[in-house]
Design a protein around this ligand. Structure first.
Ligand SMILES: Nc1ncnc2c1ncn2[C@@H]1O[C@H](COP(=O)(O)OP(=O)(O)OP(=O)(O)O)[C@@H](O)[C@H]1O
Ligand SMILES: [Mg+2]
Length: 597
């Protein structure tokens, strides 16, 4: 559409409006000063103004005053026009700038300080009558990005479940896990496959309550100071089946479902039940697993009143030798971590009087438990998943006993969830925990990591049940990038094109087309340190993540991290030295006995 007619039309209307304002200024001045009104608005007035016949246009009125009133009227008209123009400019779709088309403060008001504070008061009766601290309001997510610059810091409420999908080094740990753990007002459960989260936060968390570090694979090299009895909470066939599922789930993730896994899961469940009810402990499970013909667990199950499970186990042991051995071998692989004495030390009572961790008391404390495990063979991941699951289940019971919610709420920060804490029913737990004062935060590197663990359907449930979703840098999967682009939506953008005809006349055309606010290629290129935020019920927003090293506690947390890292490296040096001494002892000749021949 050529622009020229619109420009001409606009110029004409502007002229008409200005002349009318000049006339109105005269009328207003005459009325205020009690002089007779001048000519009516029409051709006579316009001609007089155009020919500078001021005495005709404004008879007997001070022209300087008219000029002043005229200027004031123009200003009164310009202020809303300029404001409207600025407002429209900030919101109109632009091909090169997605911010005007993403959520503004009003659309995410529930996460902004005032809205989040109001929700916190509703959800946490314990805050009544107290001055609200920022950390009481909710879990920090990031600073809203607006066309004019930074908006408010957004916080998730105490009934939100969070899912973050961000690639490697995209600030998952530094900008999500650490700040939320540091700020959490109640108990905190944090999983990780590295020492980083513990190193940065444990000293600060120690100010709030006791710090429990579950580290059977000695990632932090700090040694063991407590133990946990995984079978203490196993009292029914269902509890035993849940325990078995934590051991089999990582294999299911790696190789999919098959007969051997199902049978091994069933076998493990029988052994856990026999060990739990007879007091044989994890040592019993490990011993019975080693011998496929050991009938001790069958006898114990009969004695303790589980004849159905006993018969099923006996049938399995009396089946075809190849099948039985295949099932036992699969179960041994699933429970491989129990072959590691370092791991067993954490889950069996010892002569040393170490305190026993109580997963029932934990959810109503302000303690922190770090559950660390390395990926791969022999990983203590099944125990991490089992302990996480037990704490969560006790938390639900505690919440029910307290009238529905934990206050202060408990934070479950599942960093690297797919690798070390692949709880089979995590997607279902999301919707279950929302109203219980239990905040679940699952951090994944890719969406596919989730589908590998929970399947397309399970991951779809998890995605749908998480009320806050953060998608950050590193979304390299084309399908995921395209889906995120679709969810963000489309906007209208105006494009100007210039064409020159044969006579040299240049015509300008503006066309409006609908296009993706952020295409899949833009999603893939999301800058590190920023993330797209999807909050239930509002448009997608862009947030700047707030890593702890740029936050309020940066100095103390940096010192704490440095001290923890130094302690780890000192311990590693000592270990190396001891290994060298042990090696040398093997080769050096034994010292002579001076009293010998
Ligand atoms: N104290 C610090 N000061 C400055 N930069 C830091 C600090 N700690 C970490 N970083 C940087 O922040 C970035 C994000 O680190 P972070 O550990 O949060 O990533 P991540 O998403 O958790 O990665 P991964 O997938 O490896 O766990 C990295 O580039 C890292 O080098
Ligand atoms: Mg990390």
């Amino acid at each position: 559409m050529p622009l020229t007619p619109f420009v001409l039309l606009g110029a004409c209307w502007t002229g008409i409006v200005l002349v009318w304002l000049a006339w109105a200024a005269g009328r207003l001045t005459a009325w205020v000063s009690g002089r007779p009104a001048g000519p009516a608005f029409g051709q006579g007035f316009i001609v007089a103004v155009l020919h500078s016949q001021w005495e005709t246009a404004y008879p007997g009125i001070n022209r300087a005053v008219v000029a002043g009133v005229f200027a004031a009227l123009v200003a009164v008209l310009l202020v809303p026009l300029t404001g409207g123009w600025v407002w429209w400019q900030a919101r109109r779709g632009r091909a090169d700038d997605p911010l005007p088309s993403l959520a503004h403060t009003r659309e995410v008001a529930g996460l902004a300080p005032a809205g989040a504070a109001a929700r916190a008061k509703d959800l946490r009766p314990g805050l009544a009558g107290k001055p609200l601290q920022p950390a009481d309001i909710g879990l920090p997510l990031g600073v809203l990005q607006l066309p004019g610059g930074d908006g408010p810091l957004l916080r998730a409420s105490w009934e939100d479940g969070i899912l973050a999908v961000m690639g490697p080094r995209a600030m998952k740990t530094t900008a999500i896990a650490v700040p939320q753990i540091v700020d959490a007002p109640g108990a905190v459960l944090a999983t990780s496959n590295r020492a980083d989260v513990w190193a940065t936060t444990h000293r600060r968390r120690a100010q709030a309550g006791r710090v429990w570090l579950f580290d059977p694979q000695a990632i932090t090299r700090t040694g063991q100071s407590w133990w946990w009895d995984p079978l203490a909470a196993v009292a029914t066939v269902e509890d035993a089946a849940r325990m078995a599922s934590h051991f089999v789930q990582p294999m299911r993730r790696d190789r999919g479902e098959d007969f051997w896994l199902l049978a091994a899961e069933d076998l493990l469940a029988s052994l856990f039940l026999a060990a739990a009810t007879s007091g044989a402990g994890m040592n019993g499970v490990q011993t019975w697993l080693a011998d496929a013909t050991d009938d001790e667990p069958v006898g114990r199950l009969f004695d303790l009143g589980y004849p159905q499970t006993a018969r099923a186990l006996r049938g399995r042991q009396n089946g075809a030798a190849e099948t039985r051995d295949g099932i036992y071998e699969t179960a041994r692989t699933a429970a491989r971590c129990l072959q590691d004495p370092r791991v067993m030390a954490w889950v069996t009572a010892s002569d040393e009087p170490l305190p026993r961790f109580d997963p029932d008391a934990f959810p109503v404390s302000t303690d922190t438990i770090y559950l660390l495990s390395k990926d791969g063979a022999g990983s203590s991941g099944p125990l991490v998943a089992a302990l996480t699951d037990q704490i969560m289940r006790y938390a639900v019971r505690r919440a029910e006993a307290l009238g529905g919610r934990l206050d202060p709420p408990m934070l479950c920060m599942l960093d690297e969830a797919a690798n070390i804490c692949p709880l089979a029913d995590l997607p279902q737990l999301y919707s279950h925990f929302g109203g219980r004062g239990i905040n679940l935060v699952t951090i994944l590197q890719t969406y596919q990591q989730g589908t590998t663990v929970w399947g397309e359907r399970g991951m779809g449930i998890l995605w749908g049940a998480a009320t806050i979703k953060l998608v950050g840098a590193g979304a390299d999967d084309p399908r995921f990038a395209s889906d995120i682009s679709t969810l963000i939506g489309e906007h209208d953008v105006a494009t100007l094109s210039l064409t020159r005809d044969a006579t040299g006349y240049v015509s300008r055309q503006v066309s409006v087309r609908r296009q993706r606010i952020l295409g899949p290629e833009d999603i893939r290129a999301i800058a590190r340190g920023t993330a797209i935020l999807f909050a239930t019920g509002s448009r997608a927003a862009l947030v700047a993540l707030q890593p702890w090293f740029r936050g309020a506690h940066a100095v103390t947390l940096t010192e704490d991290t440095a001290a923890a890292v130094a302690a780890i490296s000192d311990a590693a040096d000592r270990e190396r030295l001891q290994a060298v001494i042990a090696e040398a002892d093997r080769y050096l000749p034994a010292p002579r006995d001076p009293g010998g021949p």
